[in-house]
Design a protein around this ligand. Structure first.
Ligand code: NAD
Ligand code: LMR
Length: 329
């Protein structure tokens, strides 16, 4: 039997927490022979604590063979002690009529504190996935507050955007989702993001040859980019099951390797494609079997994609300025 992977999840009593924990414990994240130990960090108020207690009762009632143990912890340093994988979900979600910018300040303090705690206590190889929005900038805040950890420990979730892009393309062409490769989404997890089919293939055929440009620009790209808002409008609450599923996909491929497939991850830029070094940005990545990843390099981007990437850089620079007070000198 393998040693359990130590996983810390924040916001476990929320919607995404509820949609994710049972799948982690069932083996969907790390595979069918890999036990997990869950540490759950919730807000300390009585309502959240009671809700978390109920979630833990249900986890226990599932009698998952791979769940080696679990604990609820209220102190962030204790919660991240020796953790190997951290899912930072806990944050305020956007409600109807709210813009993402409204969340910036509300959530920045959480990610400063959690970055500091990870810096002190987590495994030096921890894999951190920030789901809480605005996720690129929150991941950047956590990374900047954890100077003793490799910046490559930190990532933001754009996998939901990749999954949405693949699904939209599959629906349009009638191709199975599994036949689509090299779909990319560049930039910020915001309506400015750049879903990009330029390099995608479907059963080996070039994706751009299967659809017309008008559909790509006027339908596919805005549908993917604004899907979060469309779900809020339809459900009255932000996406949860699909967000949890994307978090499982992101960590699965980061932990186990992507077997040569491109996976979109929000990661600190190494300066590729004109994105300033250190900015947490959606890039197509390939993850090796040992869990190290590389941004896919040397792609010939269209002029349109370059211009859209520049717009995302400017948007993220604006977000970084807005949270400057949360970054240590
Ligand atoms: P939710 O309100 O249902 O749950 C959030 C949970 O986090 C609550 O239980 C709350 O008590 C907890 N929490 C808040 N502050 C905390 C803290 N400091 N420490 C620990 N726990 C804390 O929200 P949700 O629907 O689960 O969404 C969570 C976040 O994920 C939101 O910011 C949302 O916008 C974001 N999100 C991101 C994506 C993405 O693709 N990146 C997709 C969907 C949602
Ligand atoms: C999503 O993409 O579904 C979430 O990020 C929700 C949001 O606020 O857009």
């Amino acid at each position: 039997m393998k040693a359990p992977v130590r996983v810390t999840v924040t916001g476990p009593a929320g919607q995404i927490g509820y949609a994710t924990l049972f799948r982690i414990a069932s083996g969907a994240m790390f595979g069918p022979d890999q036990p997990v130990f869950l540490t759950l960090l919730e807000r300390a108020n009585p309502t959240s604590a009671a809700a978390l207690k109920g979630v833990m009762m249900e986890l226990s009632d599932c009698a998952f063979p791979l769940l080696a143990g679990m604990r609820a912890v209220q102190d962030p340093v204790e919660a991240f002690r020796d953790c190997e994988v951290a899912l930072l979900i806990g944050a305020r979600p956007r409600g109807p009529g709210m813009e993402r910018a409204d969340l910036l300040e509300a959530n920045a303090a959480i990610f400063r504190q959690q970055g500091q705690a990870l810096n002190v206590a987590a495994s030096r190889n921890v894999k951190v996935l920030v789901v809480g929005n605005p996720c690129n900038t929150n991941a950047w805040i956590a990374m900047k507050n954890a100077p003793d950890l490799d910046p490559k420990c930190f990532s933001a979730m754009l996998r939901l955007d990749q999954n949405r892009a693949m699904s939209q393309f599959a629906e349009k062409t009638g191709a199975p989702v599994a036949s689509i490769e090299h779909m990319a989404v560049w930039g910020n997890h915001s309506p400015a993001m750049v879903p990009d089919i330029t390099f995608a293939t479907v059963e080996g055929k070039a994706a751009p040859s299967l659809v017309d440009d008008e559909w790509v620009k006027n339908d596919f790209m805005p549908t993917v980019a604004k899907r979060g808002s469309a779900i809020i409008a339809a459900r009255g609450a932000s996406s949860a099951a699909s967000a949890g599923s994307a978090a499982i996909d992101h960590i699965h491929d980061w932990f186990c390797g992507s077997e040569g497939r491109w996976v979109t991850m929000g990661v600190p830029s190494d300066g590729s494609y004109g994105v300033p070094e250190g900015m947490v940005f959606g890039f197509p990545c390939i993850v090796k079997e040992d869990g190290s990843y590389e941004i896919v390099k040397g792609l010939e981007l269209t002029e349109d994609t370059k211009a859209r990437i520049a717009k995302n850089v400017a948007e993220l620079q604006g977000e970084q300025q807005a949270v400057a007070a949360f970054i240590p000198n």
